[in-house]
Unconditional design. Structure first.
Length: 69
């Protein structure tokens, strides 16, 4: 279950699923260059983008931490 306050961020994160950068050691992080376009297509309003970006960064860091265990 996703809290309503987090639904928009999760939607963007899922849409960014194909935008991972990888190196010889595996995933490095998301390609932030794609993020504004993804947010636009998903329908994130301008005044919410900073908040969504902060959530994306938190989810990305958690994802990478779990992968590196």
């Amino acid at each position: 279950e996703v809290w309503p306050d987090n639904a928009e961020t999760l939607n963007v994160y899922c849409a960014m699923n194909t935008q991972w950068r990888a190196g010889a050691g595996g995933l490095i992080g998301l390609d932030y260059a794609a993020l504004p376009t993804v947010m636009k297509f998903v329908g994130v309003k301008r005044d919410r983008r900073t908040n969504v970006f902060e959530g994306i960064r938190l989810m990305e860091a958690t994802h990478l931490k779990l992968l590196r265990r």
